[in-house]
Design a protein around this ligand. Structure first.
Ligand SMILES: C[S@@+](CC[C@H](N)C(=O)[O-])C[C@H]1O[C@@H](n2cnc3c(N)ncnc32)[C@H](O)[C@@H]1O
Length: 191
């Protein structure tokens, strides 16, 4: 079962609880984002991670990819307010990320995979846009009862994500946990 985040609740993507439990700059550094990376924030929402990623990498491009025009419009406003000119927003389709093959060295997917019905196809499509030797970092809700977040049967466990990505040519390099609520996985894409 999946449940899509309602764009009407977009303000919930940036609040005090999130900043405390998922501090974006610290987390991007922990995931291994480098100044030389080009980034696709897959399911970027209002840009909670897109904007700090763009500030961290400086001149390379961060692609903010999302199926929701409302989310992308908010990201564009926030990007302008932050004075950033290295964010490109792209309105995507459910299983089509639109940008060309091997565009980025770092794919980021935060609290998105549990919303996808055809997870294998979505991960294959995410792989398509990442360069060989590039990385994919995934953060999502632990499949356990937590104070906040979607019902447990809407979540996907980290082991299942690892199995799916192993099958399409990724190796898990790091497993992390944030606030006992989210897992973080960093995968390397084979050459
Ligand atoms: C819970 S929000 C997380 C947003 C952002 N990653 C963050 O952590 O703040 C999930 C986002 O994924 C987007 N989304 C859902 N299905 C998608 C798909 N198939 N392709 C791209 N984006 C998708 C939604 O529109 C929404 O903006």
């Amino acid at each position: 079962m999946v449940h899509k985040f309602d764009p009407k609740n977009k303000e919930k993507l940036d609040n005090e609880w999130r900043r405390e439990n998922l501090p974006p700059v610290e987390i991007l550094k922990e995931l291994g984002l480098k100044a030389t990376d080009s980034v696709a924030d897959i399911g970027c929402g209002i840009g909670y991670f897109t904007i700090p990623a763009a500030a961290l990498i400086g001149s390379n491009t961060v692609y903010g990819l999302d199926t929701s025009p409302e989310m992308l419009a908010e990201l564009e406003l926030r990007s302008k307010a932050a004075g950033l000119n290295n964010i490109e927003t792209v309105k995507t389709q459910e299983l089509d990320l639109i940008i060309p093959d091997a565009t980025v060295s770092f794919g980021l997917m935060v609290n998105v995979i549990h919303e996808i019905v055809d997870k294998t196809q979505f991960l294959e499509e995410s792989s398509r846009i990442i360069k060989p030797g590039g990385k994919l970092a995934i953060i999502d809700w632990e499949k356990a009862e937590t104070k906040t977040g979607p019902p447990i049967d809407h979540r996907i466990g980290s082991d299942e994500v690892k199995t799916m990505l192993n099958e399409i040519g990724f190796v898990c390099q790091e497993t992390m946990n944030f606030a006992e609520t989210f897992y973080g996985l960093v995968f390397l894409k084979h050459n």
